[in-house]
Design a protein around this ligand. Sequence first.
Ligand code: ADP
Ligand code: MG
Length: 236
Amino acid sequence: MSQTVILLDQIRKSYFIGKNELPVLKGVSLNINRNEYVALMGPSGSGKSTLMNILGCLDTPTSGKYVLSGHDVSSMEDNELARIRNQEIGFVFQQFNLMPRLSALENVAVPLIYGGVGKKEREDKARAMLEKVGLGDRYKHKPNELSGGQCQRVAIARALVNDPSIILADEPTGNLDTKTSIEIMDIFSKIHASGNTVILVTHEEDIAAHARRIIRLRDGVIESDKMNAVKEVLAH
Ligand code: ADP
Ligand code: MG
């Protein structure tokens, strides 16, 4: 049964630099169902990160409607928005965005602090997430003691720790070599296979080939939106 988890209706977003308006998203409408696996592509500057930040409730549109898992987030107050975001969304960044002074375990546990989870349960959950991404033996390490690929695994574990239904990833392999990128993409395929909705931004056709649907953005509008023939990744 298909069920809409993300509904965008005529989303526009402008940045204002002084009095100058820079229109970036120029009317994006989109419907994404539960457990879809979507790659968002498009030239640099086409508005991909702007769109991802809106999808992740990290930023708000200038106009248009966004319904996330049945909640109209376009008209929501900040604290309610933060609650929905924590519950529904896990976000993975190109630059990992880990806290340098915290261990892998502590980084993964951060979203649980906001959720009011007790220390023992936080540690148990964070540990389980690190096991899931293959980093069970690195939980004490700080980001500067880990490779780029390992840092991204920590960031993925952090994104998963609240058990969100949707995982958003903005160029998650952009800073990684090819071999490490393939390992990270394997993790996203497994996340998708376990029932999550996955939306990721990439420049690379090889990476996008993991997804079932490819949306191309150009100059702030959707240029194409196509289903993708899936290759060997179905075996996961
Ligand atoms: P992409 O991720 O596709 O490369 P972005 O969404 O990051 O594109 O950027 C789209 C356009 O918006 C670019 O011209 C960029 O310079 C501009 N932009 C992005 N973020 C901001 C911001 N916070 N303030 C002003 N302009 C921005
Ligand atoms: Mg970007």
